[in-house]
Ligand binder design. Structure first.
Ligand code: GMT
Length: 377
Protein backbone atom coordinates (compact mmCIF):
# COMPACT_ATOMS: atom_id res chain seq x y z
CA UNK A 1 0.00 0.00 0.00
CA UNK A 2 0.99 3.63 -0.42
CA UNK A 3 0.39 5.08 3.01
CA UNK A 4 0.43 8.73 4.08
CA UNK A 5 1.16 9.42 7.75
CA UNK A 6 0.64 12.87 9.25
CA UNK A 7 2.14 13.72 12.61
CA UNK A 8 3.87 16.21 14.86
CA UNK A 9 7.65 15.93 14.66
CA UNK A 10 8.34 16.25 18.36
CA UNK A 11 10.18 13.97 20.77
CA UNK A 12 7.83 11.70 22.69
CA UNK A 13 4.14 11.05 22.31
CA UNK A 14 2.20 10.86 19.09
CA UNK A 15 5.13 11.81 16.83
CA UNK A 16 7.16 8.85 18.06
CA UNK A 17 4.27 6.40 17.66
CA UNK A 18 3.52 7.67 14.14
CA UNK A 19 7.15 7.52 12.99
CA UNK A 20 7.81 4.10 14.49
CA UNK A 21 4.60 2.84 12.89
CA UNK A 22 5.78 4.21 9.53
CA UNK A 23 9.08 2.33 9.92
CA UNK A 24 7.28 -0.86 10.93
CA UNK A 25 4.95 -0.65 7.92
CA UNK A 26 7.84 0.10 5.55
CA UNK A 27 9.67 -2.99 6.87
CA UNK A 28 6.68 -4.99 5.60
CA UNK A 29 7.01 -3.65 2.07
CA UNK A 30 4.61 -0.70 2.18
CA UNK A 31 5.59 2.64 0.74
CA UNK A 32 5.35 5.44 3.29
CA UNK A 33 4.97 9.21 3.05
CA UNK A 34 5.33 11.23 6.23
CA UNK A 35 3.91 14.77 6.39
CA UNK A 36 4.94 17.14 9.14
CA UNK A 37 6.18 20.70 9.69
CA UNK A 38 9.69 19.44 10.57
CA UNK A 39 11.54 16.16 10.22
CA UNK A 40 10.28 13.86 13.00
CA UNK A 41 12.92 13.22 15.66
CA UNK A 42 12.64 9.43 15.25
CA UNK A 43 13.02 9.59 11.43
CA UNK A 44 16.74 9.45 11.90
CA UNK A 45 18.11 7.62 8.88
CA UNK A 46 17.63 7.64 5.13
CA UNK A 47 15.42 4.95 3.65
CA UNK A 48 14.09 4.61 0.14
CA UNK A 49 10.70 3.37 1.32
CA UNK A 50 9.90 6.38 3.53
CA UNK A 51 9.63 9.82 1.98
CA UNK A 52 9.43 12.83 4.24
CA UNK A 53 7.37 15.80 3.02
CA UNK A 54 7.78 19.05 4.90
CA UNK A 55 4.63 21.17 4.94
CA UNK A 56 5.62 24.43 3.36
CA UNK A 57 4.16 27.47 5.11
CA UNK A 58 4.18 30.40 2.72
CA UNK A 59 3.80 33.60 4.67
CA UNK A 60 2.13 36.82 3.68
CA UNK A 61 2.09 40.20 5.46
CA UNK A 62 -1.62 39.79 6.30
CA UNK A 63 -1.04 36.52 8.13
CA UNK A 64 -0.22 37.04 11.75
CA UNK A 65 -0.78 33.29 12.02
CA UNK A 66 0.02 31.45 8.75
CA UNK A 67 -2.78 28.89 8.13
CA UNK A 68 -0.90 25.62 8.69
CA UNK A 69 -4.06 23.52 8.42
CA UNK A 70 -4.69 24.82 4.88
CA UNK A 71 -1.11 24.24 3.75
CA UNK A 72 -1.33 20.72 5.18
CA UNK A 73 -4.66 20.03 3.42
CA UNK A 74 -3.15 21.27 0.17
CA UNK A 75 -0.18 18.93 0.56
CA UNK A 76 -2.52 16.03 1.39
CA UNK A 77 -4.44 16.62 -1.86
CA UNK A 78 -1.19 16.66 -3.85
CA UNK A 79 0.10 13.46 -2.28
CA UNK A 80 -3.19 11.59 -2.61
CA UNK A 81 -3.35 12.52 -6.28
CA UNK A 82 0.26 12.28 -7.39
CA UNK A 83 1.60 9.57 -5.08
CA UNK A 84 -1.67 7.63 -5.36
CA UNK A 85 -2.10 7.11 -1.62
CA UNK A 86 -4.26 4.14 -0.63
CA UNK A 87 -4.73 5.40 2.89
CA UNK A 88 -4.17 8.62 4.83
CA UNK A 89 -3.50 8.07 8.52
CA UNK A 90 -3.40 11.18 10.71
CA UNK A 91 -2.06 11.16 14.26
CA UNK A 92 -3.52 13.68 16.74
CA UNK A 93 -6.88 15.16 15.81
CA UNK A 94 -5.95 18.86 15.86
CA UNK A 95 -5.64 20.09 13.16
CA UNK A 96 -4.74 16.92 11.23
CA UNK A 97 -8.22 15.37 11.12
CA UNK A 98 -9.67 18.71 10.02
CA UNK A 99 -7.12 19.17 7.23
CA UNK A 100 -7.84 15.60 6.12
CA UNK A 101 -11.57 16.36 5.95
CA UNK A 102 -10.87 19.38 3.78
CA UNK A 103 -8.58 17.35 1.52
CA UNK A 104 -11.28 14.70 1.17
CA UNK A 105 -13.87 17.30 0.19
CA UNK A 106 -11.57 18.70 -2.49
CA UNK A 107 -10.93 15.19 -3.84
CA UNK A 108 -14.64 14.28 -3.74
CA UNK A 109 -15.28 17.18 -6.08
CA UNK A 110 -12.81 15.49 -8.46
CA UNK A 111 -14.40 12.05 -8.04
CA UNK A 112 -11.38 10.73 -6.23
CA UNK A 113 -11.30 9.34 -2.71
CA UNK A 114 -9.00 7.96 -0.10
CA UNK A 115 -9.88 6.49 3.32
CA UNK A 116 -8.85 8.73 6.22
CA UNK A 117 -7.99 7.22 9.60
CA UNK A 118 -7.55 9.38 12.68
CA UNK A 119 -5.62 8.12 15.67
CA UNK A 120 -6.46 9.92 18.91
CA UNK A 121 -3.49 10.19 21.24
CA UNK A 122 -4.41 12.15 24.30
CA UNK A 123 -4.29 15.86 24.78
CA UNK A 124 -6.12 16.22 21.45
CA UNK A 125 -9.12 14.89 23.44
CA UNK A 126 -8.46 15.38 27.13
CA UNK A 127 -7.01 18.88 27.20
CA UNK A 128 -6.89 21.06 24.13
CA UNK A 129 -9.42 19.12 22.02
CA UNK A 130 -12.21 19.56 24.54
CA UNK A 131 -11.42 23.26 25.02
CA UNK A 132 -14.46 25.27 23.80
CA UNK A 133 -12.17 27.05 21.30
CA UNK A 134 -11.79 23.86 19.26
CA UNK A 135 -14.41 21.37 20.49
CA UNK A 136 -17.01 21.75 17.72
CA UNK A 137 -14.40 21.38 14.99
CA UNK A 138 -12.71 18.40 16.66
CA UNK A 139 -16.05 16.65 17.15
CA UNK A 140 -17.01 17.16 13.50
CA UNK A 141 -13.59 16.18 12.13
CA UNK A 142 -13.43 12.93 14.11
CA UNK A 143 -16.90 11.98 12.89
CA UNK A 144 -15.87 12.68 9.30
CA UNK A 145 -12.91 10.27 9.48
CA UNK A 146 -13.51 6.88 7.87
CA UNK A 147 -11.81 5.11 10.75
CA UNK A 148 -10.96 6.24 14.28
CA UNK A 149 -8.53 4.60 16.67
CA UNK A 150 -7.53 5.42 20.25
CA UNK A 151 -4.39 4.35 22.09
CA UNK A 152 -6.19 3.03 25.19
CA UNK A 153 -9.60 1.92 26.47
CA UNK A 154 -9.53 4.96 28.73
CA UNK A 155 -9.10 7.33 25.78
CA UNK A 156 -11.88 5.60 23.84
CA UNK A 157 -14.31 6.03 26.77
CA UNK A 158 -13.16 9.58 27.40
CA UNK A 159 -13.72 10.48 23.73
CA UNK A 160 -17.28 9.13 23.86
CA UNK A 161 -17.84 10.96 27.14
CA UNK A 162 -16.52 14.34 26.03
CA UNK A 163 -17.67 14.41 22.40
CA UNK A 164 -20.70 13.46 20.39
CA UNK A 165 -19.00 10.68 18.44
CA UNK A 166 -21.08 8.50 16.14
CA UNK A 167 -18.13 6.46 14.86
CA UNK A 168 -16.95 3.19 16.32
CA UNK A 169 -13.54 3.72 17.93
CA UNK A 170 -11.03 0.87 17.65
CA UNK A 171 -8.50 0.63 20.48
CA UNK A 172 -5.01 -0.01 19.13
CA UNK A 173 -2.54 0.41 21.98
CA UNK A 174 0.88 1.94 21.66
CA UNK A 175 3.75 -0.43 21.06
CA UNK A 176 7.40 -0.96 21.83
CA UNK A 177 10.45 -2.19 19.95
CA UNK A 178 11.61 -4.85 22.42
CA UNK A 179 15.02 -5.17 20.75
CA UNK A 180 15.79 -1.51 21.08
CA UNK A 181 14.25 -1.00 24.53
CA UNK A 182 15.97 -3.67 26.56
CA UNK A 183 18.38 -3.50 29.45
CA UNK A 184 21.94 -3.31 28.15
CA UNK A 185 25.21 -3.11 30.02
CA UNK A 186 26.21 0.52 30.54
CA UNK A 187 28.37 0.09 33.63
CA UNK A 188 30.76 2.94 32.74
CA UNK A 189 27.80 5.32 32.53
CA UNK A 190 26.39 4.12 35.85
CA UNK A 191 29.78 4.44 37.55
CA UNK A 192 30.22 7.97 36.24
CA UNK A 193 26.88 9.10 37.66
CA UNK A 194 26.86 7.01 40.81
CA UNK A 195 30.45 6.52 41.95
CA UNK A 196 29.25 5.27 45.32
CA UNK A 197 26.77 2.75 43.96
CA UNK A 198 23.71 4.94 44.49
CA UNK A 199 20.35 3.89 43.00
CA UNK A 200 19.16 5.70 39.87
CA UNK A 201 15.65 7.12 39.67
CA UNK A 202 14.60 8.46 36.25
CA UNK A 203 11.92 10.67 34.80
CA UNK A 204 11.44 11.24 31.05
CA UNK A 205 8.95 13.73 29.63
CA UNK A 206 8.38 16.94 27.71
CA UNK A 207 8.25 18.86 31.02
CA UNK A 208 4.81 20.26 30.29
CA UNK A 209 2.53 21.20 33.20
CA UNK A 210 0.53 18.01 32.76
CA UNK A 211 3.65 15.94 33.61
CA UNK A 212 3.86 17.47 37.12
CA UNK A 213 7.67 17.57 37.15
CA UNK A 214 7.79 19.42 40.50
CA UNK A 215 6.11 16.30 41.97
CA UNK A 216 9.00 14.22 40.64
CA UNK A 217 11.43 16.40 42.58
CA UNK A 218 9.30 16.16 45.73
CA UNK A 219 8.99 12.40 45.52
CA UNK A 220 12.74 12.14 45.11
CA UNK A 221 13.30 14.46 48.06
CA UNK A 222 11.24 12.11 50.25
CA UNK A 223 13.22 9.14 48.92
CA UNK A 224 16.44 10.83 50.09
CA UNK A 225 14.83 11.67 53.42
CA UNK A 226 13.94 7.99 53.78
CA UNK A 227 17.69 7.33 53.78
CA UNK A 228 18.03 5.88 50.27
CA UNK A 229 21.29 6.80 48.54
CA UNK A 230 20.14 7.78 45.07
CA UNK A 231 20.50 10.09 42.09
CA UNK A 232 17.66 11.48 39.98
CA UNK A 233 18.02 11.74 36.21
CA UNK A 234 15.63 14.18 34.56
CA UNK A 235 15.46 13.51 30.81
CA UNK A 236 13.73 15.88 28.39
CA UNK A 237 12.99 19.55 28.30
CA UNK A 238 10.01 21.88 28.26
CA UNK A 239 8.24 24.78 29.92
CA UNK A 240 8.32 23.45 33.49
CA UNK A 241 12.03 22.67 33.61
CA UNK A 242 12.84 25.97 35.38
CA UNK A 243 10.21 25.17 38.03
CA UNK A 244 11.79 21.77 38.64
CA UNK A 245 15.28 23.28 38.81
CA UNK A 246 14.03 25.91 41.26
CA UNK A 247 12.48 23.21 43.44
CA UNK A 248 15.82 21.37 43.55
CA UNK A 249 17.51 24.55 44.74
CA UNK A 250 14.82 25.18 47.37
CA UNK A 251 15.16 21.65 48.67
CA UNK A 252 18.96 21.96 48.55
CA UNK A 253 19.45 18.72 46.65
CA UNK A 254 20.84 19.88 43.30
CA UNK A 255 23.92 17.71 43.75
CA UNK A 256 21.65 14.64 43.65
CA UNK A 257 19.78 15.63 40.49
CA UNK A 258 21.02 15.75 36.89
CA UNK A 259 18.99 17.48 34.17
CA UNK A 260 20.12 15.71 30.99
CA UNK A 261 17.92 17.60 28.49
CA UNK A 262 16.52 15.88 25.40
CA UNK A 263 18.13 12.52 24.70
CA UNK A 264 17.70 10.48 21.53
CA UNK A 265 18.98 7.21 23.03
CA UNK A 266 16.72 7.20 26.05
CA UNK A 267 17.09 3.41 26.31
CA UNK A 268 20.71 3.93 27.41
CA UNK A 269 19.58 6.02 30.37
CA UNK A 270 16.83 3.52 31.16
CA UNK A 271 19.39 0.70 31.07
CA UNK A 272 21.09 2.11 34.17
CA UNK A 273 17.87 3.11 35.94
CA UNK A 274 16.45 1.33 38.98
CA UNK A 275 13.08 3.09 39.05
CA UNK A 276 10.93 5.27 36.79
CA UNK A 277 8.65 8.06 38.05
CA UNK A 278 5.63 9.31 36.08
CA UNK A 279 3.29 11.30 38.36
CA UNK A 280 1.33 12.90 35.45
CA UNK A 281 -1.95 14.72 35.92
CA UNK A 282 -3.27 13.30 32.66
CA UNK A 283 -1.89 10.46 30.56
CA UNK A 284 -3.92 8.53 28.06
CA UNK A 285 -1.37 5.76 27.70
CA UNK A 286 2.08 6.62 29.05
CA UNK A 287 4.51 5.52 26.37
CA UNK A 288 7.41 6.69 28.54
CA UNK A 289 6.34 4.21 31.23
CA UNK A 290 6.18 1.40 28.67
CA UNK A 291 9.70 2.25 27.43
CA UNK A 292 10.98 2.04 31.01
CA UNK A 293 9.20 -1.27 31.64
CA UNK A 294 10.62 -2.71 28.45
CA UNK A 295 14.09 -1.93 29.87
CA UNK A 296 13.11 -3.86 33.04
CA UNK A 297 12.57 -0.72 35.11
CA UNK A 298 9.65 -0.78 37.62
CA UNK A 299 7.34 2.24 37.51
CA UNK A 300 5.72 4.48 40.12
CA UNK A 301 2.87 6.35 38.48
CA UNK A 302 -0.26 8.26 39.28
CA UNK A 303 -3.45 6.23 39.10
CA UNK A 304 -5.05 8.17 36.28
CA UNK A 305 -6.03 7.86 32.60
CA UNK A 306 -4.54 4.96 30.69
CA UNK A 307 -1.64 4.39 33.09
CA UNK A 308 -3.39 1.48 34.90
CA UNK A 309 -3.63 -0.27 31.50
CA UNK A 310 0.17 -0.21 31.32
CA UNK A 311 1.53 -0.22 34.88
CA UNK A 312 0.01 -2.92 37.08
CA UNK A 313 -0.18 -2.08 40.79
CA UNK A 314 1.92 -4.40 42.92
CA UNK A 315 3.24 -6.25 39.86
CA UNK A 316 5.22 -3.89 37.60
CA UNK A 317 5.40 -1.08 40.16
CA UNK A 318 2.82 0.91 42.08
CA UNK A 319 0.07 3.45 41.36
CA UNK A 320 -0.81 6.25 43.78
CA UNK A 321 -3.55 8.88 43.77
CA UNK A 322 -2.78 12.02 41.84
CA UNK A 323 -0.37 14.36 43.69
CA UNK A 324 0.12 11.91 46.56
CA UNK A 325 3.89 12.33 46.65
CA UNK A 326 4.22 10.62 50.05
CA UNK A 327 2.58 7.46 48.70
CA UNK A 328 4.84 7.53 45.63
CA UNK A 329 7.94 8.02 47.79
CA UNK A 330 6.90 5.25 50.18
CA UNK A 331 6.50 2.73 47.36
CA UNK A 332 9.65 3.97 45.63
CA UNK A 333 11.63 3.44 48.82
CA UNK A 334 10.14 -0.04 49.16
CA UNK A 335 11.31 -1.00 45.65
CA UNK A 336 14.74 0.61 46.01
CA UNK A 337 15.52 -1.04 49.34
CA UNK A 338 14.20 -4.55 48.74
CA UNK A 339 16.33 -6.35 46.18
CA UNK A 340 14.00 -9.31 45.79
CA UNK A 341 10.99 -7.04 45.22
CA UNK A 342 13.02 -4.97 42.77
CA UNK A 343 14.12 -7.90 40.65
CA UNK A 344 10.61 -9.47 40.71
CA UNK A 345 9.07 -6.21 39.53
CA UNK A 346 11.83 -5.62 36.96
CA UNK A 347 11.15 -9.03 35.39
CA UNK A 348 7.36 -8.49 35.53
CA UNK A 349 7.78 -5.09 33.86
CA UNK A 350 9.64 -6.57 30.91
CA UNK A 351 7.08 -9.37 30.65
CA UNK A 352 4.20 -6.90 30.60
CA UNK A 353 5.98 -4.79 27.96
CA UNK A 354 6.11 -7.90 25.76
CA UNK A 355 2.32 -7.69 25.48
CA UNK A 356 2.79 -4.43 23.57
CA UNK A 357 5.34 -5.86 21.14
CA UNK A 358 5.62 -3.76 17.99
CA UNK A 359 5.06 -6.46 15.38
CA UNK A 360 1.65 -7.47 16.72
CA UNK A 361 0.43 -3.88 16.92
CA UNK A 362 1.67 -3.04 13.41
CA UNK A 363 -0.33 -6.05 12.20
CA UNK A 364 -3.36 -4.68 14.06
CA UNK A 365 -2.99 -1.36 12.17
CA UNK A 366 -2.49 -3.16 8.84
CA UNK A 367 -5.65 -5.21 9.38
CA UNK A 368 -7.55 -2.10 10.40
CA UNK A 369 -6.45 -0.31 7.20
CA UNK A 370 -7.73 -3.25 5.15
CA UNK A 371 -11.03 -3.29 7.03
CA UNK A 372 -11.66 0.42 6.41
CA UNK A 373 -10.58 0.17 2.76
CA UNK A 374 -12.86 -2.77 2.05
CA UNK A 375 -15.74 -0.94 3.72
CA UNK A 376 -15.29 1.90 1.24
CA UNK A 377 -15.08 -0.17 -1.92
O1 GMT B 1 1.75 15.33 26.11
C1 GMT B 1 2.35 14.37 25.66
O2 GMT B 1 2.84 13.48 26.35
C2 GMT B 1 2.46 14.24 24.18
C3 GMT B 1 1.23 13.59 23.69
C4 GMT B 1 1.14 13.59 22.20
O3 GMT B 1 0.05 13.34 21.74
O4 GMT B 1 2.09 13.86 21.48
O5 GMT B 1 1.22 12.27 24.27
C5 GMT B 1 0.01 11.57 24.31
O6 GMT B 1 0.19 10.52 23.38
C6 GMT B 1 1.14 9.52 23.74
C7 GMT B 1 1.28 8.54 22.57
O7 GMT B 1 0.07 7.96 22.25
C8 GMT B 1 0.68 8.85 25.04
O8 GMT B 1 1.60 7.84 25.40
C9 GMT B 1 0.61 9.92 26.15
O9 GMT B 1 0.08 9.30 27.31
C10 GMT B 1 -0.30 11.06 25.72
N1 GMT B 1 -0.11 12.16 26.67
C11 GMT B 1 -1.10 12.60 27.45
O10 GMT B 1 -2.22 12.11 27.47
C12 GMT B 1 -0.75 13.74 28.35
Amino acid sequence: MNIGIVCYPTFGGSGVVATELAKGLANRGHNLHILSYARPARLDSFRTDITYHEVDLSTYPLFEYPPYDLALANMMVNLIQFEKLDILHVHYAIPHATSAYLAKQILNSRASKVPVITTLHGTDITLIGSDPTYKQVVDFSINQSDGVTAVSEYLKEETYRQFDITKEIEVIPNFIDLDRFKKSKKEHFKKAICPEGEKIVTHVSNFREVKRVPDVIEVFHHILENGVKAKLLMVGDGPDRPKAEQKCRELKMCNHVRFLGKQEQVEEVLSVSDLFLIPSGSETFGLAALEAMSCSVPVISSNIGGLPEVNIHGETGFLCELADVECMARHATQILTDEVLHSTMAAASRKRAELFEMDAIVTHYENYYEKIRSRMK
